[in-house]
Ligand binder design. Structure first.
Ligand SMILES: [Zn+2]
Length: 183
């Protein structure tokens, strides 16, 4: 649950801390706006993972590429964003594209690190779909590396998480990684 008053107080203090006047035109609505934004994130995070139980015989790889996501790094609260590629080999249960998109969004819209986001997506799908295996690759640009620190704009960080046959079977893993690279 989001505490709107706490967020408003914090944003006012942040603005004061950097020498801004939080009551000036243009800034005076900002604490309220940011509080409402976090309420919106909170709503987007919750969804019901209803499964589509069908295609009991289908046991080939299901691959969804280029799911766009936006997240916030937990070290600076600056955005990191990019694409998630998800593949799994079903064991009687498959799930629709919109569920995958919402899974990614729910896990991304919070203070995160890319490595954990990648693993949480894989763990969640492993738990919900009980597939023979799942593979997740995340490619992202981090504004905390582009705007500050290394000042390395456009730099893409890649992380992956492999479960089940994606871990055990080299051919499955290679097929997944090859399909991701294909345009
Ligand atoms: Zn950061």
């Amino acid at each position: 649950m989001v505490d709107r008053e706490k967020i408003k107080t914090a944003i006012r203090l942040l603005l004061e801390g950097i020498g801004e006047d939080p009551d000036r035109e243009g800034l005076k609505e900002t604490p309220e706006r940011i509080a409402r934004m976090w309420e919106e994130f909170d709503r987007l995070r919750s969804f019901d993972m209803k499964l589509f139980e069908e295609f009991g015989e289908y046991d080939e790889m299901v691959l969804v590429k280029d799911i766009k996501f936006y997240s916030l790094c937990e070290h600076h609260l600056l955005p990191f964003f990019g694409n998630v590629h998800i593949a799994y080999i079903p064991d009687g249960v498959i799930c629709g594209l919109s569920k995958l998109v919402r899974t990614v969004r729910a896990l991304a819209l919070r203070p995160q690190v890319q490595e954990r986001l990648t693993q949480e997506i894989a763990d969640f799908l492993e738990r919900e779909l009980k597939p023979k295996g799942v593979g997740v690759v995340v490619e992202a640009e981090h504004l905390c590396m582009s705007m500050r620190g290394a000042m390395s704009p456009g730099h893409i960080t890649t992380t992956s998480a492999l479960r089940g046959v994606f871990l055990k079977d080299m051919r499955t893993r290679e097929e997944f990684l090859k399909l991701i690279k294909e345009a």
